[in-house]
Design a binder for this molecule. Structure first.
Ligand code: NAD
Ligand code: LMR
Length: 331
């Protein structure tokens, strides 16, 4: 059987718990691939991972390989094909008497985690490793990790698939469609309330989604607000940030990158800008992406951008530039 080596940080957290069975079950990498899991936690809770290891064993998956627990990223990163960097503090909690309201408020708390983790992955993970940052603020954390990884053959991404799934679900509900009827959903920019979910370039049954929906007022008001604020709505409703849907989006991102992207679709994640769409180089920015048969991820180019969309893209670009400026000491 083929093997894949997958590292998950924050593996004892709520997203980690929802993620592990789906990585190990054969659903993500296929029934012919053994999944070796390196689980990483802070020293205070690393012992809990033994419970996760026992549960994985008790699932009886044919596809489960080894499960190893670590609190040291250097030891955990050796020969890794895939790293899912979930470990970090979520918003909605109170630290030093201050409630963490916005993802960007997490920058000072979480940013530092990604310097060491990036370095460890850059030095020890496989040359073609793919790294998905889930921990918030995901784009700027990924920028920190990628900078310290300093390994151009590895691919760093920050997760926007959850936003893309949320956008598809809103459109499906409004138009009474199946999710699979909606393709080519792009989330431009930051995983934050400035993200821009693009219905002009998304397609419903081969037509522009905005044309199909034919309700610009809904697109610019309810749709945009609901998608941009969905993370907060979930925190308000359940008293904790999204976990099942976040783990699901991470699985979707991994699946999207291990096979060639179908001609009639693309997927959304944030990657290092190459200057496409005039987004400054050196930002981790949400783009429409495709994967080729060799697993190379590239940005879909030359999509039309309306003046309205450009305004939104400029706003999220500026926010990422500001976040980058806030953590310049970590780069
Ligand atoms: P959680 O508090 O349940 O779990 C986080 C875990 O990370 C904890 O077990 C903690 O011990 C661990 N951790 C902290 N620092 C670590 C480090 N340096 N190395 C390894 N592990 C470390 O939180 P959660 O609900 O699982 O969320 C995790 C992160 O994911 C948060 O930052 C949250 O905001 C973010 N998130 C992102 C998205 C997205 O779409 N990008 C969606 C949901 C949540
Ligand atoms: C989400 O979008 O659900 C996550 O980023 C968690 C949050 O803080 O909103």
């Amino acid at each position: 059987m083929k093997e894949v080596n997958v590292l998950v940080t924050g593996a004892a957290g709520q997203i980690g718990y929802a993620l592990l069975t789906r990585l190990a079950s054969g659903e993500t990498f296929g029934q012919d691939v053994k999944v070796n899991l390196n689980l990483v936690e802070v020293p205070q809770v690393v012992s809990r991972l033994e419970g996760s290891r026992m549960e994985l064993e008790d699932c009886g998956f044919n596809t489960l390989g080894t499960v190893k627990n670590f609190s040291d990223m250097n030891e955990a990163s050796g020969d890794i094909d895939w790293a899912l960097l979930v470990g970090s503090i979520p918003r909605g909690i109170t630290i030093n008497g201050k409630k963490i309201e916005e993802r960007a408020d997490l920058l000072k708390i979480n940013g530092g985690i990604f310097t060491e983790q990036g370095k460890a992955l850059g030095e020890n993970a496989k040359a073609d490793a793919k790294i998905l940052v889930v921990g918030n603020p995901a784009n700027t954390n990924a920028l920190i990790g990628c900078t310290h990884g300093n390994n151009e053959s590895q691919t760093w991404m920050a997760m926007t698939a959850l936003d893309a799934n949320r956008a598809k679900a809103q459109v499906a509900n409004k138009c009474n469609l199946d999710i699979s009827d909606i393709k080519k959903m792009t989330i431009w920019g930051n995983h934050s309330p400035t993200m821009y979910p693009d219905l002009d370039n998304a397609e419903i049954k081969g037509e522009s989604a905005s044309g199909w929906i034919n309700d610009q007022n809904w697109i610019e008001s309810d749709f945009l607000r609901i998608v941009q604020q969905r993370g907060k709505a979930i925190i308000d409703a359940r008293g904790a940030s999204s976990a099942t849907s976040a783990a699901n989006a991470a699985i979707d991102t991994v699946k999207a990158t291990i096979k060639e992207t179908p001609e009639d679709d693309w997927f959304s994640a944030a990657v290092l800008s190459d200057g496409s769409y005039n987004v400054p180089e050196g930002l981790i920015f949400g783009f429409p992406l495709k994967v080729d048969t060799n697993g190379k991820v590239s940005i879909v180019k030359d999509l039309p951008i309306s003046d309205y969309a450009q305004e939104k893209i400029d706003l999220t670009t500026q926010e990422l530039l500001d976040e980058k400026n806030d953590i310049k000491d970590l780069l």
